[in-house]
Design a protein around this ligand. Structure first.
Ligand SMILES: O=C(O)C(=O)CO
Length: 398
């Protein structure tokens, strides 16, 4: 909570107008998230051009009173730990949504104040980019009730182990499907039409004439084989329809006839059949022991030499060494990957320098709107666990 030294500091910082130093308030706040919120509020109050200091002080005081008042109601909020989400961090706007419903503590603050936070945290927010959900962290969370993952894939979580601690696991499948399906089509188009190479030539200062020899392959009217026909796979099929593509799919469970007809999809009895008949093979499966290494030397050799492999599921679904061989030898035309193993790839990995590969940085869910919905879903799942309500998206150990 905000303490009175923090209030005094806020007032004096406004007085001298050194807003940048507002971050010094961090040490007065229980968590960095709270100080960010305070800093933003003061930034909105502080207009250097207007120097009616008394008015500003009055506003700050009012804000502080309001915070203190608010802090009383905040006492009932549960505590949530936000795991590390990679070097790029998470937009403040999304953290703010969490802060409305939880006391939020960052992983770093948590580790620095273990005695304070350990007994309090009931919720752990994580993403597939979080490497920190390990037994060593879970052991520090005796009150933990739920690990709420952002995203559909939960292969980075040891669900049986987490469940064995009496802790639920949730994910956010529905809200991520459209954005992830969009990226599949984006990658497919980028590879088919050499969009990235063309961009590089366009911006290269040495370019003096436009290339005429660069030929892509047709998307319209081609055949797309979708491996994994869950929510995301189905949305990929819908998008393929827009490009007048023939849709094949292979899945553990066949979709009903109505669903198939709605996207004009034909079920393949075997993966081999799909691989042989597709111009674009799109991987949209969950990573499980059965799908690990699903696409290896043999499978790649079944694909057409004009075909492109698109992967938006998980890097481990593809044997990357086999993929490198297939791309080098011309066994397949190209690959477009939003996921690799590991992420990012080591800088000297051959996939990074092959001309027939397009790679993005696992951006399937990265739109502000999708991430908003993802965070809201994480919150709803967590609150359902804490209040004993039906849990919208619980993941159970298989
Ligand atoms: O939802 C997920 O788990 C994703 O990785 C989307 O890219």
């Amino acid at each position: 909570m905000l303490t009175s030294p923090a209030c005094c500091c806020a007032l004096s910082l406004c007085h001298v107008g050194e807003f940048r130093r507002i971050r010094g308030l961090e040490r007065f706040c229980e968590s960095r998230m709270q100080s960010l919120c305070l800093a933003r509020c003061i930034r909105s109050l502080w207009a250097p051009a207007q120097t009616n200091l008394l008015l500003k002080l009055g506003k700050v005081q009012k804000y502080v009173n309001c915070q203190l008042q608010h802090s009383k109601t905040m006492e009932n909020k549960p505590w949530a730990l936000i795991s590390e989400i990679g070097a790029l961090g998470y937009p403040e706007e999304l953290i703010d949504i969490m802060m409305k419903r939880f006391h939020v503590v960052s992983h770093k603050d948590f580790l620095q104040n273990l005695q304070l936070y350990s007994p309090k945290v009931q919720v752990l927010f994580c993403w597939n980019t979080s490497p920190t959900v390990e037994p060593s962290l879970l052991r520090l969370l005796p009150s933990l009730k739920v690990v709420a993952n952002g995203g559909a894939g939960i292969n980075h979580l040891d669900v049986p182990y987490i469940n064995s601690l009496g802790v639920k696991v949730t994910n956010t499948p529905g809200v991520v499907s459209s954005a992830t399906a969009d990226i599949a089509l984006g990658l497919l188009l980028a590879s088919a039409r050499d969009i990235i190479t063309s961009h590089q030539i366009a911006v290269d200062p040495n370019t003096t004439s436009l290339p005429t020899s660069m030929m892509g392959v047709d998307v319209t009217g081609s055949t797309m084989g979708i491996v994994g026909m869950g929510d995301i796979g189905y949305k990929i099929a819908q998008r393929g329809r827009g490009f007048e593509m023939k849709i094949l799919y292979y899945n553990r469970r066949r979709r009903n006839v109505k669903e198939e007809q709605a996207v004009g999809a034909r079920y393949c009895q075997s993966l081999d059949e799909l691989l042989k008949d597709s111009d674009f093979v799109v991987l949209a499966v969950n990573l499980t022991p059965e799908t690990t290494g699903l696409i290896g030397h043999r499978e790649l050799s079944l694909m057409r030499s004009t075909a492109t492999l698109v992967n938006i599921s998980r890097g481990q679904v593809v044997d990357q060494d086999a993929l490198v061989d297939a791309l080098r030898s011309g066994t397949i035309r190209g690959a477009a990957l939003d996921v690799t193993y590991p992420e990012p790839l080591p800088r000297d990995h051959p996939l990074l320098s092959l001309p027939n590969v397009v790679i993005t940085t696992h951006i399937g869910t990265n739109t502000m709107n999708t991430c908003h919905r993802m965070v809201e879903s994480m919150i709803n799942n967590s609150l359902a666990v804490l209040t004993g309500q039906p849990i919208p998206n619980e993941v159970r150990a298989q």
